[in-house]
Design a binder for this molecule. Structure first.
Ligand SMILES: C[S@@+](CC[C@H](N)C(=O)[O-])C[C@H]1O[C@@H](n2cnc3c(N)ncnc32)[C@H](O)[C@@H]1O
Ligand code: SF4
Ligand code: SF4
Length: 358
């Protein structure tokens, strides 16, 4: 149990890091391993990037390059990585990435649409020491899920994949990986929330994370798009953060984590990654301003140099007030407990970029 004195000490240390725009604790790194995808989801444009468009952004990091970043991350104290994409199972070396993270005592959590989650893959992932998996399942109705994801039969493949994971885990008597469902909530699925929870219970997963549709994506028309009234229905769901939350609240994320895109570019959060946020023409990012959030590339600098480098400190410097970037309007990151409770005090602390003053 954390004592009162320890809590006060942590709060003080955080306030100092806050003041100087220096990271507090790099605990998690989101590693977006691939920009490729084998689904055709209506709410996401990643799959529309063809080979040519991806090559314009650079080449995806090799296993050795990812291993170097993970080694630096472990040295910096990172204890967990989220492996996402695109579709991370499209990388032939994904098992090696999980195993390498494990060898560094980093717990890897994998986000997948489940299309490639065969029995063999489930075995390999578990043998490699996967810490957790989140399989996307957007509806208890197979037809609606397949329609949203643009792939016939994907609902069944995702459920089968999840069962393979459970069977291997059970057969080996393991407590890891944790197995969660990630469920997109659209206007059409609102009346199915109870059925979704029931399905999750029947499947015996560790939990469901509901992801309300970020409306600013392709084809999210009135049939799917959520409005204010819908948000009040969703307010009771665990982990639900109402779009617009950060209009009036401080964002503390960049004091705790970083996000890397498949090309080695580092960003303060996944919402800032241009490749995930392209519009239908694939010319512009949805937010219009993602480019300027790049903090450096791991091919040119070490992760630690980027973590407290000039660009990251300048970015943190802009967060001493509630963030005003267009991407933040849709941000669904959970407020960072317990430090978010300090926001009244934090707003009164004058910032300085003098590193040696700390
Ligand atoms: C970007 S995907 C990457 C992992 C994998 N391809 C998948 O679909 O699970 C991670 C999660 O983001 C969710 N997502 C994608 N577009 C979204 C949107 N417009 N609004 C809310 N969630 C979205 C997906 O449903 C998925 O659960
Ligand atoms: S949500 Fe996932 S599965 Fe769907 S297109 Fe995007 S990256 Fe691919
Ligand atoms: S989108 Fe904005 S509020 Fe959300 S983590 Fe990124 S910077 Fe913070």
């Amino acid at each position: 149990m954390i004592t009162l004195a320890r809590k006060a000490n942590n709060a003080l240390k955080f306030a100092q890091a806050w003041r100087h725009n220096l990271g507090y604790k790099l605990g998690r790194l989101d590693v977006t391993v691939s920009a490729r995808c084998n689904a055709r989801c209506m709410m996401c444009n990643v799959w529309k990037l063809d080979k040519q468009a991806r090559e314009k952004m650079g080449s995806e990091l090799s296993f050795n390059e990812i291993a170097k970043v993970l080694t630096e991350a472990a040295e910096a104290g990172v204890s967990s990585i989220f492996l996402s994409g695109g579709e991370p199972l499209m990388r032939p070396d994904i098992i090696d990435i999980v195993a390498f993270a494990r060898s560094l005592n980093i717990s890897a959590v994998l986000f997948t649409n489940g299309l490639l989650l065969s029995e063999e893959k489930a075995q390999q992932l578990i043998e490699a020491g996967l810490g957790g998996i989140a399989v996307s399942l957007d509806s208890p109705e197979p037809g609606l899920h397949d329609e949203i994801r643009g792939v016939k039969g994907l609902w069944q493949r995702a459920v089968d994949g999840l069962k393979h994971m459970q069977q291997v885990k059970l057969a080996r008597g393991l407590i890891a990986p944790t197995i969660h469902l990630h469920s997109l909530v659209t206007k059409r699925s609102l009346q199915n929330l109870a059925a979704m929870s029931e399905l999750a219970e029947n499947l015996g997963v560790d939990g469901v994370v509901y992801l309300p549709l970020i409306n600013k994506t392709a084809k999210a028309g009135s049939d799917f798009g959520l409005d204010e009234k819908d948000y009040s229905v969703l307010a009771g769901l665990p982990g639900f953060v109402k779009p617009g939350h950060y209009k009036n609240h401080l964002c503390l994320e960049p004091w705790f984590k970083l996000t890397m895109d498949p090309f080695g570019e580092i960003y303060p959060c996944c919402f800032a990654m241009p490749f995930q946020n392209a519009d239908d023409s694939l010319q512009n990012t949805f937010w219009g301003d993602s480019d300027r959030f790049s903090l450096g590339n791991v091919r040119d600098s070490s992760l630690l140099d980027i973590w407290n480098g000039e660009a990251m400190r300048a970015f943190r410097g802009q967060l001493h007030e509630p963030p005003q970037f267009s991407m933040c309007r849709w941000c669904n990151y959970l407020p960072r407990e317990p430090f978010c409770k300090l926001e009244g005090i934090l707003k009164t602390i004058p910032q300085t970029n003098q590193r040696d003053a700390i």
